[in-house]
Design a protein around this ligand. Structure first.
Ligand code: AR6
Length: 169
């Protein structure tokens, strides 16, 4: 049984086995959580991302998929990079967003991670409405059959925290 916990704060300050990054398909960094993770984690993360691009991810990481690297100087063993879908307006298909959570948990379990921190994937630059994203995130984690013991959602601001709290109640 996976325990879901909620924290308001900065995901790069968490002590967990794996930190999930809301990346883009290039795997080569960006703004938001992605920028923060690379800044605090240091150059080792980008070095591994470049190796992934030079080997099995020559075309980048597809939306909804996940892949792990070192966590560099973060207080974690791994960063799991996943690419959320961009919001296309009302009626957007949530299945690729659900896939991000499911695949990240699969990668985490394969690595032996017991504690995993997630940001609210796709709710920043990719514009997914927070309430909808929170519903998909919490439901997908609840439905996952995983050996991961704790999923910690790390929400940057109070609005995000409240949206997730609404789903966990
Ligand atoms: N800790 C926790 N949450 C954070 C942090 C942080 N340090 N910083 C931002 N957030 P975003 P996306 C929240 O834009 O929408 C990047 O450029 C933020 O408030 O990071 O999936 C990538 O390279 C928001 O609620 O990710 C991609 O190009 C949530 O994290 C693109 O953005 C996600 O916002 C991905 O967009």
């Amino acid at each position: 049984m996976t325990t879901i916990t909620l924290v308001q704060g900065d995901i790069t300050r968490q002590s967990v086995d794996a930190i999930v990054n809301a990346a883009n398909s290039s795997l080569l960094g960006g703004g938001g959580v992605d920028g923060a993770i690379h800044r605090r984690g240091g150059p080792a993360i980008l070095a591994e991302c470049r190796k992934l691009r030079a080997s099995q991810y020559g075309k980048g990481l597809a939306t909804g998929r996940a892949v792990a690297t070192t966590a560099g100087e973060l207080d974690a063993q791994w960063v799991i990079h996943t690419v959320g879908p961009v919001w296309q307006g009302p009626g957007s298909d949530p299945s690729l967003l659900a896939s991000c959570y499911r695949e990240s948990l699969q990668v985490a379990a394969q690595l032996g991670a017991r504690t995993v921190a997630f940001p609210a994937i796709s709710t920043g630059v990719f514009r997914w409405p927070m309430e909808e994203a929170a519903r998909v995130a919490v439901q997908t984690v609840r439905d996952a059959d995983t050996t991961v013991e704790e999923v910690r959602f790390v929400l940057f601001d109070e609005g995000a925290y409240e949206a997730f709290a609404e789903q966990v109640r």
